[in-house]
Design a protein around this ligand. Structure first.
Ligand code: GLU
Length: 447
């Protein structure tokens, strides 16, 4: 079967760095196996889902370069959930309940107060048809729970966590459908994973207990005649801030914020691809290399720490590798491939290119020089000659003509030509400044 993964965000907000990581790993898993990566918009919650978030999710994935091979929307698949529900109902796997949120909360509190796990007591299973008729007569519609099979223990071999075992009696029968007929997340997701041929569900470890429940749903759906196979599961450890906690900040950190900060998508991807794995986090701009090394076996159980300083380091290293063509529209007017090449090693962010480009276009602001340096710069202006490598020629001629070497040879030239003590390689910069302008700057500094 073709490996098929899916990224299934609910369009109730923007993607944050944790979602981005989940999307990336699903994309990588599919790419590594030559399979398919689906975007599934989980928009059964009509009240909280927003079209603008659907658009933002697509735009964010495009910015990251994680284009899906297909897109599905749960709101367009309600008839599938209805049919699955009817099949489960016929098989006696769903039942009607009437407890209010307050009543359920009270039950929870009582159990917790007694030191017991807050598992739903299945009181509604004891209702008979007369009870249901009475509720209907009062105009009270039921919500529906999926009845877990307490006899069938739940096991799976998790791609990250290894052998998993759950006792269904220790889980609450999940509510799958609200009284207004709308769907909660659990059942539609299982129905879709079967129908869409999803082979691998890779998601955060906050979904482990959902998986336990959904495994019984998959089995019940297949037993009720649904085509498809239960997918493999893998749950990755959650992402935490560098302070080691699940921070609010991380939960709101999305593509826009990264883009505004000048973070390249390649940097975010290089970091998130390997964070929390035993592989070294490196500024790998080549996706093929990241995909090649992707392996669930390398994923650790400890929370993965997201560190902004590490992202900045990776970003700078990625910027130093970016080709001119990849950044051209973001560069200052007139800056060509040679200019980008000269300036690139000095940047932490592409946006800083304009600052450095000013060294080429001027005006520059050289420091005041000593009398001795001024004489030296006058000599430099006289010896300046244009050729293949004017910087090498100039410094070679000055070395021969003066006693100077090292810093005394180079620094006054750099200062006179750029106004700065440090910066791009002068051998690359000088041809960009050009012969006449370079001579003018040297003469100017010589006073
Ligand atoms: N819509 C669910 C969520 O965002 C999907 C979880 C999943 O099955 O991957 O949590």
């Amino acid at each position: 079967m073709t490996t098929t993964t899916r990224f299934a965000p609910s369009p109730t907000g923007r993607l944050h760095v944790g979602n981005i990581r989940t999307a990336l790993h699903n994309w990588m898993l599919a790419r590594k196996q030559g399979g398919r990566f689906l975007l599934r918009i989980d928009d059964t919650d009509a009240e909280r889902s927003r079209e603008e978030y659907v658009a933002a999710i697509r735009a964010d994935l495009a910015w990251l370069g994680l284009e899906p091979d297909g897109e599905e929307r749960q709101s367009a698949r309600l008839d599938h959930y209805e049919r699955a529900f009817e099949a489960l109902r016929a098989a006696g796997r769903v039942y009607r309940c009437y407890e209010t949120a307050q009543e359920l909360e009270l039950k929870r509190k009582i159990l917790l107060g007694r030191g017991l796990p807050p598992i739903y007591d299945r009181a509604a299973l004891a209702l008979n048809e007369a009870d249901h008729a009475e509720k209907a007569a009062e105009g009270i519609a039921p919500h529906w729970r999926f009845r877990l099979d307490h006899e069938a223990s739940i096991t799976w071999d998790d791609g990250v966590r290894g052998a998993q075992k759950f006792d269904p009696a220790q889980l609450s029968d999940p509510v799958i459908r609200r009284a207004d007929g709308s769907w909660l997340y659990m059942l539609p997701s299982a129905v879709d994973d079967l129908a869409m041929g999803v082979t691998d569900v890779l998601r955060g470890e906050d979904h482990v207990s959902n998986t336990a429940v959904q495994i019984q749903m998959f089995d019940a759906l297949i037993a009720a005649g649904h085509a498809g196979q239960r997918p493999r599961f893998a749950h990755e450890a959650l992402l935490v801030g560098s302070e080691g906690k699940l921070s609010k900040r991380l939960g709101s950190l999305g593509c826009d914020a990264f883009r505004e900060r000048g973070i390249e998508p390649q940097a975010l991807i290089a970091l998130l691809a390997r964070l929390g794995t035993s592989l070294p986090v490196e500024p790998i701009g080549e996706r093929a290399a990241l995909i090649e090394s992707f392996d669930l076996e390398t994923f650790g159980r400890a929370p993965a720490k997201f560190d902004d300083a590490e992202l900045e380091r990776i970003n700078a290293a990625i910027v130093h590798q970016l080709d001119f063509d990849a950044v051209a529209p973001r560069l200052p007017d007139g800056m060509d491939a040679a200019g980008w090449h000269a300036i690139r090693p000095n940047l932490s962010h592409v946006g800083e290119a304009a600052e450095w480009w000013r060294l080429v276009t001027g005006p520059i602001d050289p420091p005041a020089f000593t009398e001795d340096d001024r004489a030296y710069l006058r000599e430099a202006a006289r010896l300046l000659a244009w050729g293949d490598d004017p910087w090498r020629a100039l410094t070679g001629a000055l070395k021969a003509a003066t006693e100077r070497k090292g810093k005394a040879l180079f620094l006054p030239l750099r200062q006179a030509l750029t106004g700065m003590d440090h910066g791009p390689d002068m051998a690359e910069l000088l041809p960009l400044i050009g012969e006449d302008e370079a001579r003018r700057r040297l003469e100017n500094a010589a006073g």
